[in-house]
Design a protein around this ligand. Structure first.
Ligand code: 6R9
Length: 635
């Protein structure tokens, strides 16, 4: 029996039991059989959640790009590695073979090296979904530099914060990006950000839109002329198993974004293994994940997981609504996509449109459908199943996080019977636990609690860049000897998990994690604002939208409310990005606070979602009278 490719339910249970009985032997066998190493590990796993310290395959040496590129050259060098589908359907798709990708990555690695980037340096990548994004990521890994990809929808302030936090020395960007019928001036955003970053020595600029840009002498260089001169081979840097591979920022409930740091060997083994199983990947498949590489889903399941398996991975530059709402299905038909992986928010948006957009396309190539990012509601699940999968494609509802590096709970297609809204069962090697508020594990089925993981899996983030204490406090302090996910979950009568949503102050809007604190901080920058509180409320398409309760300063009281709302959203756009704009803004005389000064968001959430029949215990409030006033003015 092969651990590596599970094919039926009984096999899943066997493999799962084995993985829990002896996790080290389980992962060792996979690491041995399916990857190339420069040196073997001394110890498969060393861990201590109380520090926390986690080391997988310690002592091993490797380069992840040899596993994603070099080893495929002699068996599938002419196979398409990246299939690039541009924003404009009239622009031709590009089929980049493994051999070509290897050359492009090597050239880019030489450029980075020539520009002074060394092993361990941080390189910030702020690019649209074009092949250079994947090439830059892999080139960093080739030379041992740590990539920090920042989603190219973030504002200059958000970009600057991320550049400074990890002290990056280089930014790779483009003149601009195409998104639907819009063109965005990315280089302008970078220039603005760099007014606040001292550490950046070099900016490499990809030409994509041909828009006008300012090039700062000595700092900014067009990339193409440098690539043209670069040598097309580069001996991969030998990395230790636990050397950092990348930093990726995710929002916390408080304070600045957390730079989750992932390391090399465990991340590689885990993303490759889960990709193969969760998508039941086969050699001739054409796999498409619609995420952006600016998020963890893109890192693990557009770049590393698929390429480590020698797969063809589609990179899509555009948006689902351009040139019309049939674009996803047009691309599936055109490239005969076999696995399609997207977010519930996209499904809900498309389900609202005319069904003709779907039915006019031939979707018969599809075998497996996936979702990620937030709970999928039943209606969206059925629409996806009935109209996209035509009831013959299992839907893998994959639950995981930036912190987990790879999928932890998900059905395995053709093995695990699916159930709408359930992520179902833990993958091999994953040991979930539900905890009550007193810190005790809740055993048995038909229970709910806070979702924790008891045992390390290879792709768990090792720290928060520059702040190990925060890593410990956030994930390993709520429950002793457990990784706390921040999510609530229930376990049904057969042991299937359903993720019910965040139990902290993170709100997921259109699949993007937004912390309430940074948004409130941004709003409070507005001169007329005294204080604010943000909560999520259910939204048909976005899953959740943002509702802001805002207390104005006296000076703001006389101002035009509609103008103020616009200005507040403008401030948010500047500080964080348009994804964090508020759908509703209510000006309030006060906020419900506990005696210790904590805003009782539970009450605000209920008011925002128009569910005020039972507000629960308000006796601990300092100012209970304000609740009625807020309810009277609710939107
Ligand atoms: C991969 C990714 C993580 C948070 C996570 C949870 C939510 C993700 C989910 C899901 C229900 C799923 N989440 N997948 N909730 N069902 N299948 O999205 O990472 O951006 O860090 O978000 O997203 O709340 O804690 P990230």
């Amino acid at each position: 029996m092969s651990n590596y490719h599970i094919k039926h339910l009984e096999e899943y249970f066997q493999v799962y039991r084995k993985s829990v009985r002896n996790p080290e032997a389980f992962w060792e066998e996979i690491a041995e059989e399916h990857f190339v190493w420069r040196k073997r590990w001394n110890k498969v796993l060393k861990w201590d959640f109380s520090k926390p310290e986690i080391k997988w395959f310690n002592g091993a040496q490797l380069n992840i790009t040899e596993n994603c590129l070099d080893r495929h050259l002699h068996i599938r060098g002419d196979k398409t590695a990246i299939l690039f589908e541009p924003n404009d359907p009239k622009e031709e798709a590009q089929h980049i073979t493994y051999r070509q990708l290897h050359q492009r990555v090597c050239k880019m690695a030489n450029v980075l090296k020539d520009e002074g980037v060394k092993k361990g340096d941080r390189v910030c990548i702020y690019l649209p979904m074009i092949p250079e994004l994947a090439v830059s990521v892999l080139a960093c890994a080739r030379i041992g530099a740590i990539h920090s990809v920042v989603f190219a929808g973030f504002s200059s302030t958000a970009l600057a914060t991320r550049i400074n936090d990890c002290d990056a020395s280089m930014v790779i960007t483009s003149d601009g990006s195409f998104r639907g019928n819009k063109t965005i001036d990315l280089k302008g955003i970078v220039d603005e950000a760099l007014n606040h970053c001292q550490g950046i020595k070099t900016v490499l600029v990809v030409k994509r839109t041909g828009g006008k840009v300012d090039m700062k002498k000595g700092r900014d260089h067009w990339l193409q002329p440098l690539l043209d001169k670069a040598y097309a081979d580069y001996t991969a840097e030998i990395m230790e198993a636990e050397d950092p591979l990348f930093i990726l920022y995710t929002s916390g409930s408080t304070g600045k974004p957390k730079g989750m740091m992932h390391t090399t060997a465990g991340y590689m083994v885990y993303t490759a293994y889960t990709f193969k199983n969760v998508f039941q990947y086969r050699e001739d498949d054409v796999y498409w994940c619609t995420a952006d590489i600016g998020w963890i889903t893109g890192h693990s399941y557009i770049v590393y997981g698929p390429l480590a398996n020698g797969a063809t991975t589609v990179m899509f530059e555009g948006v689902p609504s351009y040139p019309d709402f049939g674009r996803f299905w047009e691309v599936v038909e055109k490239h005969k996509v076999t696995q399609f992986y997207t977010a519930p928010t996209a499904i809900r948006a498309l389900a609202k449109e005319n069904l003709d957009f779907v039915t006019k396309h031939d979707l018969s190539s599809l075998k497996v459908l996936g979702t990620v990012g937030e709970p999928i509601n039943e209606e969206a699940w059925h629409w996806y199943n009935d109209h996209v999968g035509e009831k013959k494609c299992p839907i893998v509802d994959t639950w995981w996080q930036t912190e987990t590096g790879g999928i932890l709970i998900s059905p395995i297609p053709f093995s695990t019977p699916t159930k709408p809204t359930y992520a179902t069962l833990p993958l091999p090697g994953v040991q979930p636990a539900l905890m009550d508020e007193n810190g005790n594990e809740i055993t048995g089925n038909q229970v709910d609690g806070r979702l924790c993981i008891k045992f390390p899996w290879p792709a768990i983030a090792r720290t928060i860049w520059g702040d190990h204490k925060r890593y410990k406090d956030t994930y390993f302090s709520a429950f002793k000897n457990m990784y706390f996910t921040g999510d609530g979950a229930l376990r049904d009568e057969v042991g299937y998990y359903r993720i019910t949503g965040r139990v902290d102050d993170v709100i997921i809007v259109s699949g993007h994690n937004l912390g309430t604190a940074p948004i409130e901080d941004a709003i409070n920058e507005h001169p007329a604002v005294a204080e604010s509180a943000i909560v999520g409320f259910p939204h048909d398409i976005k899953g959740n939208a943002l509702y802001g309760y805002i207390i104005l300063k006296e000076t703001g009281e006389s101002r035009d409310r509609e103008n103020l709302k616009k200005e507040i959203n403008q401030v948010i756009t500047e500080h964080i990005g348009p994804i964090a704009k508020l759908d509703k803004i209510q000006f309030v005389p006060g906020l419900p606070k506990t005696r210790s000064g904590k805003i009782m968001r539970r009450i605000l959430r209920k008011i925002a979602s128009k569910d005020t029949s039972n507000l629960g215990d308000t006796s601990t409030l300092l100012n209970p009278e304000v609740v009625q006033e807020i309810m009277d003015g609710a939107l």
